[in-house]
Design a protein around this ligand. Sequence first.
Ligand SMILES: [Zn+2]
Length: 345
Amino acid sequence: MKESKFYEKLGNQQVKCGLCNHHCQLSIGGVGICGIRQNIGGKLYSLNYGRLITEAVDPVEKKPLFHFLPGTLTYSIATIGCNFHCDNCHNWQISQESKKTRKQENKLLLPGYDVTAEEIVKRAIESDCRSISYTYTEPTIFAEFAIDCMRQAKKKGLKNSWVSNGYMSKKCLEAILPYLDAINVDLKFFDDNLYVKNCGARLQPVLDNLKFLAKRKNVDLEITTLLIPGLTDLDNQPLKIAEFIAKELSVDIPWHISRFSPEISYKMQNGKTTPDKLIDEVYKIGKKAGLKYVYVGNVWGDERENTYCPKCQQPVIKRLGYEIQRFDKNGCCAHCHYQLPLKIN
Ligand SMILES: [Zn+2]
């Protein structure tokens, strides 16, 4: 438990959290939407500082990050909790369920185990990882611990990547930027109502953060859209998302369109798996919008997982699952020498 670095006192012992765009206002005893920040005695505390629920060594491609240190391992960490409650969540056991348990039992101590930032960096180095990923649940909600890890990681020559819903406050974003090398942000829908209904959040802050991040040339920004049949394909949303990326951000930003698996979801077990036809359609929409790098996700052995040179169309990185084969020289196409926007060092 640690006092939050992102809040203000409002008087009457009320506090306002400044970490994400919910800006929760909490009276004494109140817990934020994320489930892990509580007003205790008129101060806001992060209950999950240094208290992990999981850690693992992953291929960086699994995040997914395709243009960032391809073919390397990343040390992934998470605490419980999330500031969204998406019906489609694939990690709901740690993002949502433990919130409920804690509420029922009214416990201060969160599920998990204690660890220091130094120890995480040490484990990452010992596991041959080139980076640390703040992932599985929303890293915004464990920002203080993530920032401490990120700072230590930089000192030891490791990179840092976030896998995020993009709902952090400007203050949080500015606090992580000096240490951030890559970020994959979900752009789930292009409809405010769907964000409200499915995730308990709003669309606009996510778009604003994406615009802000797209201008940061030293950060590899990638975007993921989970294709949920009957939701994501409503009202031309894939087209609106693709055009937003192409026109408002950059055609160089990778767009991952990924297959939805209802059986592992939080509240959509009766939903449908994304049909191939929808994946094909959305892939074409992305390409037609002018995006140079559209990738399909959660689909085994698909050639649309490869990176192709936008100039000569030859493969530059071939992917089969998490196995990769590279045909570039310092990020340039081996065939025509076109420079791709890859962060390879
Ligand atoms: Zn080429």
